[in-house]
Design a binder for this molecule. Structure first.
Ligand SMILES: Cc1cc2nc3c(=O)[nH]c(=O)nc-3n(C[C@H](O)[C@H](O)[C@H](O)COP(=O)(O)OP(=O)(O)OC[C@H]3O[C@@H](n4cnc5c(N)ncnc54)[C@H](O)[C@@H]3O)c2cc1C
Length: 374
């Protein structure tokens, strides 16, 4: 059940104490909490990051390793829902954050682009609508009319998004944590915050995405815990996939990592309702579907060396939930990335940090937590 990404050794971080007085306490030491801590510590604030696990051991060290621009919705759908100006601002913001992530992440971030695939005629039409909307707004994207090689015959079209990246996500988050520590942030690992009054801070940021924290008052439960499962195979000597691939509306995703392993995840739709859970467990049917899928792609059975599950937070409108928590003065939330938290978590952690130091980005209007209360 150990994530392949978490196999690397983690550096020791300076440990704080839970009752130490700080300017900002952050609950959750994933990509959101660590990017927020780094930005706040660099701005000169005293910061404490608390997690019941160790750094990156939530979804941030258990995900597929895709760093994609945009949100969980396709570009043309976001244009239809929120207007062209806002959609473009969102995409350009995530592209800029991807560049920043590349600058901070070193070899944990490989800017390879990504390949979004269609499995049938209907999905091909959707991809065509999306690529035309991207082009109309001057965003980079390449249309692939008939995918070749091992993809031929299985996929009907693809969009290559050249600005995306493949991550070693645990290495990335641990690196952000080390940078935050070097800037003065302290960490408490292995402690579950049971109530906000345990923390001696003027401001608290709850950065727990899909893991129920019990700290969000009226918002509790409105960011829906959703399970994802992943496998990593034995290393494959031939290079079959140069960049991250995903298809079937993101229900299947895979890439070949640097040591040749195929990391594949998804197939939540084998049992969609059951996968709305915060139980970090593997299930036989999803695991079997992942193995069959990889065997079909590669043309032979591969040994599976790692299997794991993680929980992400789903929001019905596919927009992050970032801002002050209604009814809890001094408490902020940054969560609900609907399976796109690698870039959005990094970016939203920084948005919150900047807002706390008085530089509020108007993008936060779109992410207002109180919209979930109806
Ligand atoms: C299987 C899977 C595949 C995914 N694939 C991708 C992908 O390829 N690309 C992508 O962009 N996104 C992907 N995601 C989503 C992405 O991983 C998450 O959205 C992102 O990592 C969230 O980061 P975070 O820092 O907000 O939260 P997390 O990394 O989940 O960290 C939250 C932390 O909060 C802690 N916590 C909760 N409550 C408390 C408490 N009361 N006290 C102390 N600690 C607490 C937890 O222990 C946890 O460590 C995937 C998610 C999963 C599960």
């Amino acid at each position: 059940m150990r994530s392949y990404w978490l196999e690397e050794t983690a550096a020791t971080l300076p440990q704080g104490t839970i009752d130490g007085e700080v300017d900002v306490a952050i609950v959750g030491a994933g990509i959101t909490g660590c990017s927020c801590a780094l930005a706040l510590a660099e701005a000169g604030l005293h910061v404490l990051v608390v997690d019941e696990r160790r750094v990156a051991e939530g979804a941030s060290g258990r995900n597929g390793g895709f760093a994609l621009r945009g949100t969980a919705g396709a570009y043309h759908e976001v244009v239809a829902a929120h207007g062209r100006e806002r959609a473009l601002a969102l995409w350009q913001w995530t592209e800029a954050e991807l560049r920043a992530l590349g600058g901070l992440g070193g070899d944990a971030v490989r800017r390879l682009g990504s390949l979004r695939l269609a499995v049938d005629g209907e999905e091909r039409e959707e991809l065509r609508d999306e690529v035309e909307a991207l082009w109309a707004d001057g965003l980079e994207a390449d249309w692939i009319d008939s995918p070749t090689g091992v993809l031929a015959g299985r996929f009907t079209a693809a969009i290559r998004h050249p600005t995306d990246a493949a991550l070693q996500p645990a290495r990335l988050v641990r690196r952000l944590a080390s940078r935050a520590a070097a800037a003065g942030a302290a960490f408490v690992e292995g402690h579950r915050v049971g109530a906000l009054d345990e923390l001696r801070a003027d401001t608290v940021v709850v950065a727990t995405d899909g893991y129920p924290s019990g700290l969000l008052g009226e918002l509790e439960g409105l960011i829906v815990p959703t399970r994802g499962q992943v496998i990593a195979t034995e290393p494959v000597t031939e290079r079959l996939f140069e960049l991250p691939h995903y298809g079937r509306h993101g229900f299947d995703y895979w890439h070949q990592v640097e040591d040749g392993r195929i990391v594949a995840g998804g197939f939540r739709d084998v049992s969609l309702e059951r996968e709305f859970t915060d139980e970090e467990a593997l299930t036989d049917d999803v695991q079997a579907a992942l193995e069959r899928f990889v065997t079909g792609l590669v043309g032979r059975e591969l040994r599976v060396d790692h299997r794991w599950a993680g929980i992400f937070g789903l929001v019905l409108d596919f927009l992050p939930v970032v801002g002050p928590v209604p009814g809890l003065p001094g408490v902020w939330v940054a969560a609900g990335y609907s399976g796109h938290g690698n870039v959005l978590g990094f970016a939203c952690g920084r948005l919150v940090a900047h807002a706390i130091v008085g530089d509020r980005d108007p993008l936060l209007d779109l992410f207002e937590p109180k919209r979930l209360l109806g």
